[in-house]
Design a protein around this ligand. Structure first.
Ligand code: PLP
Length: 354
């Protein structure tokens, strides 16, 4: 039976990507060898790394603009500390929009003063703070573009001369933005790009080298740039699958084309959430995420029927994060509009039968 995978992460990847990846595990580029048993310094793999890095910059519109793309390890969680290690000399500002920003703030505090410029904690992170000023004395300002757990998304970024660092783990390559407004973007692969194990970092080179502390090699962006993400053995499989996903996205027409589809998916689901009296959205409407829709049942006694109907329809992974409860339907790039349609049909069937 066809499954509709709404999992928040690791999450759905395009079928054709999984097909190609599984072939490469047995016989990579007709070499008679597996992708995961050859040298990462072989020409075949170096080509994969180069292509992945170059596609990432191309899809973000950041080619030839002073940026480097890196594939590192340790997940987005490693970037919470690595960004501060490399950029925080005296003071950094953070927008606190939920669990992930909170964790980033905690790590940054090991390296200097951290100011929470604004927080949406007062309403359990169901909105994005707006109309705030970014202080002018910061080394950088950090935000999380999409709050995977609470289902909110930053729609407008502040205009500031301070370098901006953005955790885009759960919405990178999903919508058109002027990515050149950011000086450093990072994203764990497993939300919208590939398997867990690789983390994409896109960094503007001229913001590096300004802190006075010594940085251990593995945590130094400059080292990884000079070694083209091959300072140590990279996660070859995760980089390869990420490359395939980026190629898939490029063939589809790039970020602009996927954004149109993502908008349709989100519209379809949110309009059902708003029209169906059995459901209630969690995030404030203006701040709703196109990637992760969070909602609850208005009548808890329908929980078992709703979940049984979802299971029957092949819907997977819509339970809310353990810290929020309710439901969360993640609609990453590879999820089809049809899958959202199946979920919406279940929701309206529940209303009809209730
Ligand atoms: C999932 C997620 C993380 C954590 O990623 P790891 O790769 O598991 O460290 C960080 N930030 C955001 C926005 C996420 O969605």
């Amino acid at each position: 039976m066809k499954k509709h995978n709404f999992s928040a992460g690791p999450c759905i990847l395009p079928k054709e990507v999984l097909q190609k990846a599984s072939e490469a595990v047995i016989n990579f580029n007709d070499s008679g060898l597996s992708l995961i048993e050859i040298s990462h310094r072989s020409k075949d793999f170096v080509d994969v790394m180069d292509t992945a890095q170059s596609l990432a910059l191309e899809l973000l519109g950041l080619k030839d603009k002073g940026y480097k793309a890196l594939f590192l390890q340790g997940g987005a969680s490693m970037q919470f500390l690595m960004t501060a290690y490399n950029l925080l000399e005296s003071k950094a500002g953070y927008l606190n929009t939920g669990t992930w920003s909170d964790k980033a703030i905690k790590e940054a505090k090991f390296f200097g003063e951290v100011v929470e410029v604004r927080s949406s904690k007062d309403k359990d992170f169901n909105y994005i703070p707006k109309n705030y000023m970014v202080p002018s004395d910061l080394d950088y300002f950090h935000l999380t573009s999409n709050n995977t757990i609470f289902g909110t998304q930053v729609k407008e970024f502040p205009k500031t001369k301070i370098p901006m660092v953005c955790d885009m783990s759960s919405d990178i390559f999903s919508r058109v933005l002027d990515f050149s407004q950011f000086d450093l973007i990072y994203a764990g692969a497993q939300k919208n790009m590939g398997p867990a194990g690789a983390t994409l970092v896109v960094v503007k080179e001229d913001i590096l080298g300004k802190v006075s502390r010594q940085i251990p090699s593995m945590l130094d962006y400059k080292v990884h740039i000079s070694k083209e993400s091959m300072f140590n053995t990279p996660p070859v499989f995760a980089v390869y699958v990420s490359m395939l996903t980026l190629q898939w996205l490029k063939n589809l027409g790039g970020v602009k084309a996927i954004e149109e589809i993502n908008n349709k998916k989100a519209q379809l689901l949110y309009s059902e959430i708003d029209l169906n009296p059995l459901f209630k959205g969690y995030a404030e409407k203006a701040d709703r995420s196109l990637m992760n829709a969070t909602f609850t049942l208005t009548d808890e006694s329908l929980k078992n029927s709703f979940e049984a109907m979802c299971k029957e329809a092949g819907i997977n992974g819509i339970n809310g994060h353990r810290s929020v409860g309710g439901y969360r339907a993640s609609m990453y790039n590879a999820l089809s509009l049809d899958s959202v349609g199946v979920l919406v049909d279940v929701m309206s069937d529940l209303e009809r039968n209730a």
